[in-house]
Design a protein around this ligand. Structure first.
Ligand SMILES: Nc1ncnc2c1ncn2[C@@H]1O[C@H](COP(=O)(O)OP(=O)(O)OP(=O)(O)O)[C@@H](O)[C@H]1O
Ligand SMILES: [Mg+2]
Length: 336
C-alpha cells in the first residue's frame, strides 16, 4: 500500500483578520496527482507556500516524506520541486541559464548539472529555444522554463501552482503532457492547483475543492460527480417567463432553475454533452435547470411545458462535471 508523500494537518494561515487557509487537512499519496481546485482567492497559493516552506502556518502542521516542513525544511527542500504561480525567471538570461541557476542552487555542478539541464529542457520541449533570452519568449514558453526549473533536482513531489494560466493552447498541451508523463513514467507525486475544472477532471487522481480557505470536498473526480446524481438541463424559451421558471423549480426532480447569464451559457457551450435536440440560434432565454435526477427532471419539465403551453425552442442535457459539483456546493460558479 503506498504511503503518503504529503500530509497537511489542520493548516491555518491568518493575514490579520483574514483567514486565507482555514483548518485544511488532506494527504497526497505517493505517485498521485492531487488537485486543489478553487476560484480566485480560495487559498490555493497560500497553502502551497506553507507546504513548500515559504512561510510557516499560523497553526497546524505539515509533513513531506515524513519530515516536518517547518523543522526539517532543508531536507524537505531536497525532495520537492516548486513551480510558483508567479514566474521567477531572469528575463535577460537565456532559458538554459535560468535552469542552470536553479540547478546550482540545488548543489549540482559540472557534467551532472549539464546533463540534468539538458534533460529537463527536453522534458518541457524547450531545447530549440533554450539559448534565447527569456524576455523573447511567449508566456507559455516562460511557463515551460519555470517547470523545467522546478524539475531540476529530481523532486519526489512537485508543486504546480496554476501552471496553465495565461498560456497559449500549444504550451498548455505541452505542460499537460509533461505533467502526466512525469507522473506515469517516474511516479512523481504532484500537487496541482487550478481553477479550471476540466484540467482537474482530466489530470488528477483526486481533487480537493477549496473555497474561502476551507476544503469543502475531497475525492476522485468521478466519485464527486457521481455523488451529485443529476446534471443540468438547458431549456431555450421564447421569453424570460418567471412563472414558468418558478413552476419548473418546484418540480420534484429539479433542484433549481435560473435564467442563465452570458458567462454560464458560455461555459456550458464549451462543453457540449449529449444533445437531445439541436440548439436553436433564435432562443431568447435559456433556463438552466439543475436536476437531482436527469431522466425524471426531463420528463417532468417536458410534461409541465406541454400542459402549460410553454414553447420549447431548444433543449440541452449537460452531463454533470466538477463545475456542477462546485456550483452545487457553493451556489456559485468557479469563475465568478
Ligand atoms: N501577503 C498577503 N497579505 C494579505 N492577504 C493575502 C496575502 N496573500 C494572499 N492574501 C489573501 O489570502 C486569500 C487567499 O489568497 P491565495 O493567493 O492563496 O488564493 P488563490 O486560491 O491562490 O487564488 P488565485 O486563484 O487567484 O491564485 C486571498 O483573499 C488573498 O487576498
Ligand atoms: Mg494562487
Amino acid at each position: 500500500m503506498p504511503g503518503y508523500i504529503l500530509e497537511a494537518n489542520h493548516l491555518v494561515k491568518q493575514y490579520g483578520a483574514l483567514t486565507a487557509v482555514n483548518d485544511v487537512s488532506f494527504a497526497v499519496e505517493e505517485g498521485e496527482i492531487f488537485g486543489l481546485l478553487g476560484p480566485n482567492g480560495a487559498g490555493k497559493s497560500t497553502a502551497i507556500a506553507i507546504l513548500s516552506g515559504l512561510f510557516p502556518p499560523t497553526s497546524g502542521g505539515a509533513a513531506i516524506g515524513g519530515l516536518d516542513v517547518v523543522h526539517n525544511l532543508a531536507k524537505v527542500k531536497q525532495i520537492i520541486g516548486v513551480v510558483p504561480q508567479d514566474l521567477a525567471l531572469y528575463p535577460t538570461l537565456s532559458g538554459r541559464e535560468n535552469v542552470r541557476f536553479f540547478g546550482e542552487l540545488y548543489g549540482l555542478r559540472g557534467k551532472g548539472l549539464q546533463t540534468r539541464v539538458d534533460e529537463v529542457l527536453g522534458y518541457v520541449g524547450m531545447q530549440e529555444r533554450a539559448n534565447d533570452r527569456v524576455q523573447t519568449y511567449s508566456g507559455g514558453m516562460k511557463r515551460r522554463i519555470n517547470l523545467a526549473a522546478g524539475l531540476v533536482n529530481h523532486p519526489r513531489l512537485l508543486f504546480l501552482d496554476e501552471p496553465t494560466v495565461g498560456v497559449d493552447p500549444q504550451s498548455r498541451n505541452h505542460i499537460f503532457e509533461s505533467v502526466a508523463r512525469l507522473n506515469r513514467e517516474q511516479g512523481m507525486s504532484i500537487l496541482y492547483t487550478t481553477h479550471y475544472m476540466e484540467e482537474a477532471e482530466r489530470l488528477c487522481h483526486r481533487v480537493g475543492i477549496i473555497d474561502r480557505g476551507k476544503l469543502i470536498a475531497l475525492d476522485t473526480p468521478r466519485r464527486l460527480i457521481a455523488a451529485l446524481g443529476g446534471g443540468i438541463i438547458q431549456l431555450g424559451l421564447a421569453t424570460m417567463d418567471e412563472a414558468a421558471r418558478a413552476a419548473i423549480e418546484a418540480l420534484p426532480a429539479v433542484r433549481s432553475a435560473t435564467f442563465a447569464t452570458e458567462s454560464t451559457m458560455k461555459s456550458a457551450a464549451s462543453r457540449p454533452a449529449e444533445v437531445v435536440m439541436p440548439v436553436q440560434a433564435n432562443s431568447k432565454a435559456v433556463l438552466k435547470i439543475e436536476a437531482s435526477h436527469n431522466n425524471d427532471a426531463l420528463l417532468q419539465v417536458l410534461h409541465y411545458c406541454n400542459e402549460a403551453d410553454v414553447e420549447i425552442l431548444s433543449l440541452d442535457l449537460l452531463e454533470p462535471n466538477l463545475e456542477t459539483v462546485f456550483l452545487n456546493l457553493t451556489g456559485k460558479s468557479l469563475r465568478d
